[in-house]
Design a protein around this ligand. Structure first.
Ligand code: GLN
Ligand code: ZN
Length: 780
């Protein structure tokens, strides 16, 4: 019985984000295509060398991309939408960047909220749409399909990369996105057309592709079909058999790779497909490993994703061995069987290496493993299983696992006690919404169609400069504070002048809506180089939640109280909700996510309570990431939504009835989770609706959403200034489905990425539109 190690993919951005900087230089016109290609080549060579040095049986080729691996496939398979073929003279790479970024724009897909790339980007009309890769924070470019779509092998990039690796002396495993997953991830551009109909045309091109790899001497091709972990329509499921039968004719070894989700009803399908091997995600679906081991025919390779490819924790090797040993014994009994060990999914979703984290606390650092360290873990596991381990490395690892398990920095009994002591009504407001609405109306005396904003005002160059020099120690704490106060005063002054009804302080002091809170909470850790690619050249550096979370001291009260002191209008306190903080962090894996969410909720609850005690009457708790936390399998939605909405309510429901709780979500589709959104019981919810022309609201109307709603009346992703009449039209449309008495008027999202000039002009028009609505309803 042979054991091999391999990976499904490696982060391509580089240890120092070399790819990011090379891309941006190229986009600015400061570096040629040739020099960008050279950077790519060097990065690939370096990453393959790491894989070889870690003893992997193969290096993985095909995981590299200058923007996105799905975009690479669009070019490889020759299905670029026609609008990108307009210029015969433009190079393949420049067409590639046009697909990614739009032909006419120098701006990259602009991330709005807090650098999280959490939301739909600013898509110039030429660029392909971007969307999240399954339940990760990585975004791919969405292929477009129509009855006219044709496929052909149209790029030699992959073959060149294979040759490059071979020239360096590597054993190559090529990696591809499978034909069904590729079609699934795309979007029909013609109404009524079903993209699955393209499969018959697509398969011969995949066969040609496999054949070409075979000619190059590639033994193994990993074909990713993560959609096997989704609830697939029958037609899609049944397409797998014949598709893989056809691909298998080429005679190259196919390793079918699945990940992110249990296979469930697709388990036996995956095991019987005519391929040479199957990879399964042993982290997300450990309970399926025994069945896979039993059902997968003995002559096939079983690849087990045993190292977490989605998180940054050191693998508990003893625990992994206890999972692997019975599988090894079972398969070892069968002649010729091969077992491969791998991370659960591509390492794209983890940072590069811990080596540079020189200022991390050494104890906590010993609990972590980034992509490079995960390669070493694979080798250790293999050695342990084959009885070749010298024991030292295992002992080091054991020590780290034991220290994490016992550490007083992880386990804070007082947090546990608070959780235990939570009363069953801690997630409920005292009064129902209608009584609260009356009390709040009396208290705040707001006009009909009250106007407000989502929280942030422009993060100007001077704000960023002040923060940077404060961080570098060049600006004293009090000077920094003064300059932030000046920014707050400016924002408040502008809002008063504009005549907005509920004001915000503008979030000048916040670099990022999660980081700002994480930095002030116990249990969070920030790395220096823990970058993960989000899309294109854009990376995020998620905080690490390593221990029990608690709030040592108030986080936003001083700024908010200061802002309130400048105005007689109500000042809305601004907090990030527990689910969004959870969702945008690397979360500890030693307790259920639900528990960590509750701990964060308690910390936010403390802040809500302090804000209320300081006289702040309106508090917004943002949850833009609530929807993206939904599990890939529908059957798990209810479980998630239960604890997620409870966590929100725990954070909010500590206030008296006359205190008004807002929440905000962007870019969510709500219709399938409306009951749970309603169950959050926020007094006011603001959502993104302008880009859908208020269509999103229909669901709220049909559902009879009980509380107040602020449907965004203008798109903050564009510098365009909408006219008052445009916004008036949207408000009229909204009042047709939502009781006008429950309507608020606000933009789609925060204004941090905008400039002041366009912000003021747009808000002035917005206030005017609200006044016209009031005039019309008074006249009626
Ligand atoms: N309060 C935040 C802001 O205005 C909300 C951002 C978001 O929705 N992602 O920037
Ligand atoms: Zn938003």
């Amino acid at each position: 019985m042979t054991i091999h190690t391999h990976i499904l993919g490696f982060p391509r951005i580089g240890s120092d984000r070399e790819l990011k900087f090379a891309l941006e230089r190229h986009w600015r016109g400061e570096a040629t295509e040739a020099s960008l290609e050279e950077t790519g080549k060097q990065l690939r060579a370096r990453h393959w060398a790491l894989q070889r040095d870690a003893g992997l049986a193969y290096v993985t080729v095909g995981d590299f991309a200058f923007y996105d691996q799905v975009a690479n496939h669009i070019q490889l398979l020759g299905c670029e939408p026609a609008r990108f073929a307009f210029d015969e003279k433009s190079s393949q790479l420049s067409r590639y960047f046009q697909m990614a970024r739009g032909a006419d724009s120098h701006a990259d897909h602009a991330a709005c909220c807090d650098g999280h790339a959490d939301t739909a980007p600013d898509v110039s009309h030429y660029a392909l749409e971007m969307t999240k890769w399954f339940d990760t924070n990585y975004h791919y470019l969405v292929p477009e399909f129509s009855p006219l779509t044709q496929f052909a092998l149209a790029s030699s990039r992959l073959f060149e990369e294979v040759a490059e690796a071979q020239a360096l002396g590597h054993q190559v495993k090529a990696a591809l996105i499978g034909p069904l997953t590729f079609l699934w991830l795309g979007k029909e551009k013609t109404p009524g057309f079903n993209r699955l109909a393209l499969l018959d045309q697509l398969l011969p091109v995949y066969s040609a592709l496999l054949d070409r790899l075979k000619q190059q001497g590639v033994d193994w091709v990993q074909i990713d079909e993560p959609i096997l972990g989704l609830d697939l329509p029958t037609a899609w499921r049944s397409a797998f058999d014949s598709a893989y039968w056809q691909l298998n004719q080429v005679g190259v070894n196919i390793l079918l790779a699945t990940y992110f989700s249990p296979l469930e009803e697709n388990l036996s399908l995956a095991c019987r497909l005519p391929v040479a091997g199957l990879h399964v995600d042993g982290i997300r679906a450990p309970h399926e490993l025994i069945n896979v081991t039993d059902w997968l025919p003995a002559h096939k390779v079983l690849s087990i994703g045993i190292v977490d490819g989605r998180n940054i924790w050191r693998t508990d090797l003893d625990q992994a061995i206890s999972v692997l040993q019975p599988l090894f014994d079972k398969r070892g009994g069968k002649r010729g069987g091969e077992l491969w060990l791998a991370p659960s999914c591509s390492l794209l979703h983890t940072p590069f290496s811990l080596a540079q984290e020189t200022s991390l606390d050494p104890e906590i650092k010993s609990w972590l493993a980034f992509a490079t360290e995960k390669l070493a873990e694979l080798a250790l596991l293999k050695d342990a299983l084959t009885g070749n381990s010298d024991g030292t490395a295992l002992a080091v690892s054991r020590l780290a696992i034991a220290s994490r398990r016992a550490s007083a920095r992880v386990h804070r009994p007082q947090v546990e006690q608070r959780l235990q002591a939570l009363s069953p009504t801690a997630d409920r407001r005292d009064a129902g919404f209608s009584l609260r609405q009356t009390l709040q109306r009396t208290r705040f005396q707001l006009p009909h169609f009250p106007t407000t904003t989502i929280g942030s005002f422009p993060q100007t160059a001077s704000i960023r400069a002040a923060r940077a020099s404060f961080r570098r120690g060049e600006l004293s704490a009090s000077d920094y504070e003064n300059s932030m106060r000046a920014e707050i005063a400016h924002a408040v002054g502008r809002q008063e002048a504009l005549g907005l009804d509920v004001l915000v302080h503008g979030e000048a002091e916040r670099n990022d809506m999660v980081e700002y809170f994480g930095e002030q909470l116990d249990g969070f850790l920030f790395t220096r180089y823990g970058w993960v690619q989000s899309y294109g050249s854009r990376c995020v550096k998620p905080p690490v939640i390593y221990g029990d979370v608690q709030r040592p001291t108030a986080m936003t009260v001083d700024w908010t109280v200061y802002a309130q002191s400048l105005t007689d209008k109500p000042m809305k306190g601004m907090l990030t909700g527990p689910i969004t903080i959870l969702q945008w962090s690397f979360v500890r894996d030693d307790q259920p996510r639900a528990r960590t969410a509750l701990q964060i909720a308690l910390a936010i609850r403390d802040e809500v309570q302090d804000l209320e005690a300081a006289g702040i009457g309106i508090i917004q708790i943002d949850e833009p990431a609530l929807r993206e936390g939904l599990p890939l399998r529908r059957s798990q939605w209810d479980g998630y939504l239960d604890w997620a909405t409870r966590a929100f309510r725990i954070s909010a429901c500590v206030v008296g009835d006359s205190t008004q709780i807002h929440t905000h979500m962007c870019y969510a589709e709500f219709n399938d989770i409306l009951p749970q959104i309603a169950a959050m019981d926020a007094d006011v919810i603001t959502i993104e609706t302008s880009r859908s022309d208020m269509e999103l609201l229909t669901g709220f109307g049909q559902f009879d959403y009980p509380n107040d709603i602020g449907p965004g009346v203008y798109d903050i992703h564009s510098p365009r200034i909408p006219s008052a009449s445009e916004m008036l039209r949207l408000l009229q449309k909204a009042s047709a489905v939502i009781p006008p008495a429950n309507l608020w008027v606000n933009p789609d999202c925060g204004l941090k990425t905008r400039g002041w000039k366009e912000t003021e002009a747009a808000l002035a028009n917005m206030v005017q539109a609200a006044r016209q609505m009031r005039g019309a309803s008074a006249a009626a």
